[in-house]
Ligand binder design. Structure first.
Ligand code: GAL
Length: 658
């Protein structure tokens, strides 16, 4: 199978989504001139071009795209060619309204925006496949083509009639018999027993709370159906060009796709990341998504398909990036494994819904500060490419994450609606990041032997295989730190005996969990050395388990908040950030895991990728970092001996001097 290396060929890909159909052709020449100035090596064409290519059913207007492919090739710029199937033209909705998705209230999502297709529509799929076939036939041998980009951010669920039919088919494959389905869904509750497959609907709007396993299966189904759409197009382009890598861009930490499964179907993993420039922990968010994406790529390189050169336009208030931040976050992505640093989009639009979303060339044009920074970044990435493409970043710590658990855990009728799965995971990643420990992410059933320390922020649902995996990991010498409300439900979202799997309770030294005590927003619970937030538990420890921290005062006075049983830790609350950092730091030390560098100042990140050490200052203040030994800074050419001075948002990429 081809990989990202086949597209990068020793250079870091730099560029972005290019939507030239929004501009008169005279602009294209100017675009190319500026791309060359900026060191652009890659553009993504065609993402939203369906109505331009197929203005009428069955028509093909390829002339403009032919000219663009040639233009790019003539200037040495590679093309990531998208199948434009995420936004069907208006004629499709008008002629075939069944291609439009419906929401859970039965409302149609009309054309006039984007991503308005039903994953289950046979008509949509037929048109999408025909267009993909013709694109692949026409451009498969074009020398500019470096990669296929299928669709864009697959995300649209559908509660409509055709989706109801495919949902039943999917359920028949999963359960075989109605009896099995009724058992899995627990339909004895509230008189929900199904007597015929035709009675089953997508979980549409209902009078009161819905059956949680029904909802969980619908999320699984939606991810699988979108994946089926992806696979169909992927297989078409693969047939034409088996040597060209194929990807589809994920949204970061997005709930709608089981990205572990999806990543396994891609030749390379690509992602769109938009941290908020105003977020003081934006760098941590960027690091977390980088770690997650690298892990989906099996620890190897990945592609930053989209980021913003300045502000986005979809937050309530959209902040630009202060000088230096675009460069810092771009280098940070490379540190975390990216071999491609790309943007949405090349030239900022003058019309349409995203005209206030930044571009590499903004409304201020080539004289603008944003474009000046783009040129600086392009030049630095060109320097780094030959030194590092293909290199892997190593992590001793794994954070376990699973979409099915997220889907099951965030439903109606739960003990606390304040539990936000991504926020909890982010808190744990932040604790590791602030402790200067590089983390990977892993599925709970994955091979955990490469890691000395495994942490589980919160996995409400754990299937039997995953539980066996955790037990084996500790048995074979691993250290496990586990957050609250974990191992509660089985794969059907059925509560396990005692509210937590008995084998896990034994592992952590928990005799019984009497009750969960969720905390209110802003409430803190005293745990002696620190405060807990969000959650607490009334735990009866088993003999031999060590209470690391206990609740003080209130109903839980004297009961364990953090328990330790050998190498297995259980944390029954969400400690405040510094406390969680210290706790995971202690577990890491016990497990023999060392920070990347000792004595790093707060807000400075160090990451090793292959032979290179990235040192990144996420603060506006200057800082001095101790770096033992003698290094060359690949960005400045300077020699660094034992200490390094970094300016505001400064970065250094160090290679040991020989
Ligand atoms: C992504 C999308 C792009 C653009 C961008 C704006 O979700 O793929 O087309 O909309 O966001 O931030």
């Amino acid at each position: 199978m081809p990989t990202l290396d086949d597209a990068t060929r020793g250079r870091i890909l730099f560029g972005g989504d290019y939507n030239p159909e929004q501009w008169p052709e005279e602009t294209w020449k100017d675009d190319v001139r500026l791309m060359k100035e900026a060191g652009v090596t890659s553009v993504t064409l065609g993402v939203f071009s369906w109505s331009k290519i197929e203005p009428r059913p069955g028509a093909r207007e390829f002339g403009w795209l032919d000219r663009l492919m040639d233009l790019m090739h003539d200037h040495g710029i590679g093309v990531v060619l998208a199948t434009p199937t995420s936004s069907p033209p208006p004629w499709m909705g008008r002629l075939h309204p069944e291609t439009l998705p419906r929401d859970e209230n039965g409302q149609t999502e009309w054309w006039g925006s984007r991503q308005h297709f039903s994953h289950s529509s046979a008509v949509y799929r037929r048109y999408a496949a025909a267009l993909t076939e013709d694109l692949a036939a026409r451009y498969g041998t074009h020398p500019a083509l470096t990669m296929w980009h299928i669709n864009n951010e697959y995300c649209t669920p559908d509660w409509g009639d055709e989706a109801a039919t495919t949902f039943r088919r999917w359920l028949q494959d999963r359960y075989g018999t109605l009896d099995a389905l009724n058992t899995a869904w627990g339909t004895a509750f509230w008189s929900q027993g199904y007597g015929s497959w035709d009675e089953i609907l997508p979980p549409r709007r209902a009078h009161y709370m819905k059956n949680p396993t029904h909802v969980l299966d619908f999320k699984r189904f939606t991810s699988d159906m979108l994946l089926e759409c992806y696979r169909t197009e992927r297989d078409i382009v693969r047939r034409h060009t088996p040597h060209i890598p194929v990807t589809t861009n994920f949204m970061p930490f997005w709930s709608g796709q089981d990205a572990w499964r999806w990543a396994a179907e891609e030749d390379l993993v690509s992602i769109d990341i938009y941290p908020d420039p105003k977020d003081p922990l934006g760098g941590q968010y960027n690091a977390m998504i980088g770690d997650m994406t690298r892990s989906q790529a099996g620890g190897g390189p990945w592609m930053l398909m989209e980021q913003a050169a300045g502000p986005v336009n979809w937050r309530g208030v959209n902040h630009p990036k202060p000088y230096g931040l675009n460069r810092l976050w771009s280098l940070q992505a490379v540190a975390h494994g990216a071999d491609a640093v790309c943007y949405f989009q090349w030239r900022q639009s003058r019309q349409g819904a995203e005209k206030f979303h930044s571009g590499m060339v903004g409304h201020a044009g080539e004289r603008g500060r944003t474009f000046r920074e783009i040129k600086e970044i392009g030049a630095e990435l060109a320097l780094l490419g030959p030194q590092m493409t293909g290199a892997r970043a190593h992590a001793d710590v794994a954070i376990l994450h699973d979409w099915h658990s997220w889907w099951a855990g965030e439903q109606e009728g739960r003990p606390s609606s304040l539990l936000q799965y991504p926020e909890i995971v982010r808190s744990w990643h932040r604790a590791l990041w602030e402790g200067h420990l590089t983390a990977a992410f892993a599925h709970p059933a994955a091979d955990l032997t490469p890691y000395r320390l495994v942490v589980v922020p919160h996995l409400y649902l754990l299937d039997d295989t995953s539980i066996d995996n955790l037990l084996a990991y500790v048995r074979e010498g691993g250290t496990l730190v586990c957050g609250f409300l974990t191992g509660v439900a089985d794969a059907d979202d059925r509560v396990r005996p005692g509210g937590m799997d008995p084998r896990l309770r034994e592992l952590f030294g928990i005799d019984l969990i009497h009750e969960w005590w969720p905390l209110d927003a802003g409430e803190r619970t005293d745990c002696g050395e620190f405060h807990g937030t969000l959650w607490s538990e009334e735990i009866q420890a088993a003999p031999g388990a060590h209470t690391v921290a206990g609740y003080r005062g209130g109903e839980l006075d004297g009961l364990p908040a953090v328990l330790r049983n050998g190498a297995a830790w259980y944390v029954s609350t969400l400690p405040e950030p510094a406390a969680l950092r210290d706790l995971l730091g202690e577990a890491a030390r016990d497990a023999g895991v060392r920070p990347v560098l000792d004595d790093l100042p707060t807000g400075v990140e160090a990451v090793r990728r292959g032979p290179l050490l990235f040192v990144l200052n996420h603060r506006r203040e200057h800082t001095v970092v101790t770096v033992p030994g003698r290094h060359h800074d690949l960005l400045t050419g300077a020699t660094v001996e034992s200490s390094l001075r970094l300016g505001r948002y400064g970065a250094a990429v160090l290679k040991e001097a020989t």
